[in-house]
Design a protein around this ligand. Sequence first.
Ligand code: BGC
Length: 733
Amino acid sequence: MNPASDLASALASTLSSSPAVDAPSSPRIDDLLARMTLAEKIGQLGQVQPQGRSHEAAVRDGAVGSLINVIGEDARHYQRLAVEESRLGIPLLFGRDVIHGFRTVFPIPLAQAASFDPDLVREAAAAAAREAAAEGVNWTFSPMLDIARDPRWGRIAESFGEDPVLAAAMGAAMVEGYQQQGLAACAKHFVGYGAAEGGRDYAQAHIPERVLHDIYLPPFRAALEAGSLTLMTAFHDLDGVPLTGHRALVRGLLRERWGYQGLVVSDWNSVIEMIVHGCAEDEAEATRRALAASVDMEMASEAYAHTLVRLVEDGRVPLAQVDEAVRRVLHVKERLGLFDAAPGSASPAADAPVPDAAASQALARRLARDSLVLLHNDGVLPLPFDALSRVALIGPMADAAVDQLGCWVFDGDPARSTTVRQALVDRLGADRLLVAPGLPHPRSDDKSGIDDAVAAARAADVAVLCLGEDALLSGEAHSRAHLGLPGAQLALLEAVARTGRPTIVVVLSGRPLVLTDALPHAGALLQAWHPGSQTGPALVDVLGGQSPSGRLPVSLPRSVGQVPIHYNHHRTGRPPLDDAPSIPSGTPLDPSGFYSSYLDEDHRPLFPFGHGLHYGEVVYGDIEPASATVSRGQSLNFSLTLHNRGAHAVVETAQLYVRDVCASVTRPVRELKAFARVPLAPGERRQVTFRLHTDQLAFHGPDLAPVVEPGRHELWIGPDCTRGAHARFDVSA
Ligand code: BGC
């Protein structure tokens, strides 16, 4: 199949305005559709946010298909009106951003990706779904599948990072977890939203078509294959076309090529924002564009409600386009079982047994623990808590019950939050803990508390500094141009480190920060992200001896000038010398050769994708076979033995990377293809086998068609994207 010509033909067919795809049908859907008035049909295509009970009449009239941000008793009330008092009794969808938990808050999605553990992520999504469904929510706007290569972008916190294979695995797991528990998932934001220029939210994106297909689209494909009932279009424009009116990508690629029959919803106001983009004259044109692209439901704004009756009556929008959209909305309602819910119930899932808060908390603790990435350790960790007389706990994030939850937390119960301070009091007793925030707030420049922090460090055996970003510094429309520790945090760290006490720095943040200046002062550096409700217990587990196992789902830059940064960049004709830094920071500007590097900065990240230490010492054996040949369409097994020579039990995340040595287009230096979390007791050896299918080597070739090209491939299995045992294989024609 040739995507380029597919896109062209998709475009041609949609320009003729006739719906070219089958929309779902069932006896119930067919029957309803036959009985609905045009106004009732259009009603199904609207999602609005009521103020309290403001939309009772609209719901009774069948003039609305979904409500956003209505939960609890209000949801039950509106559902009763829809089912019992509207003419056709069609139930409502209740949408809500359940992004990383509901009452119990799990780590932000970026942190969840750092666990490299899709099974645990699935479990967490299922737990969140149970809590949300109990409050009447039946549709979550998650997972966010946007590949993020630019940490300035605030929504990197909601992403699974820079790698398509990791993001696909995490996204699919979340979809499964939500939907197992009766919550419709929503794959968002289709597509390329993370490529916003300059990391500035909502800004234009330019993604070459090959990169779009090889990098940005696969996580969406995986989420849809996992059964995501819905998908959301993005706010931005891709090469000049706002995604909410992108016929070629939404109707053409998603519907016609991929055969997706789920419900496509716009983002908040993104239909009418096409007017602000300057791509639609007025609401009527915005409606036409969005519906022609097959955006079934409009979120928040009401252009469909205002203009569609007229557009259909005038023949400017074919009724068939409205009908197909209505079918998709009804289909989701049917799939969720809403038509068969008990009277007065928002959905069948709402009637499941009340979720067990303690079980969710335990899961949140596990996931938070497994998301922590130990970046550096000179041996100060783990801490022998019982042997320490006093611990100094310093920093503005040490007792931040709300900020530790991270962005997009509408429903988190602060009473379920345990901070690091509380968890250390529980572990050590208040007498052995000296608490000194140092700064009143993470962004504060007020240095008057630093002396107290220094005094606390001097009076203790060890200093634990909880630094980073408050929750408001990441998330939607929260981009940053500077990526250092905010406020006077670096001064605080330097002052504490000067005491000579062993210093452990824990970074709680919604994005990778530039930690280049912090690193030299840290005996140990732990990237904790925003770990959620169980931040304190999870950190104390790891500080006290449970080995960390998280790995970086993103490259950590040395300086803002390196971004956008990602490990899987293309090979250049003038690569930087293999093992040498380009030019270390701070050297005079003296070009040393014509290489792809910086004059004033090392070209490599501070820490690479996949990096993460633990308390063991794992040695990778040789890969078997060391070389092999595989025919297209076949699989190959690669095995090796991991040996934990250390004294601690660990989980080693082994990662398999491939490089296509010579292809018809330039290919990435390395690409992650598979990963496995391998538990290893002290001294244990364990054989690990990866199965690699040649389909996993496919990319979009010169004519933009997917292809697996014959030829030599290099393969590594290792602890991050820069190291590992090496093998080769050939793909034969
Ligand atoms: C965001 C979406 C979100 C929606 C509903 C928008 O501003 O971009 O991700 O699901 O709001 O809250």
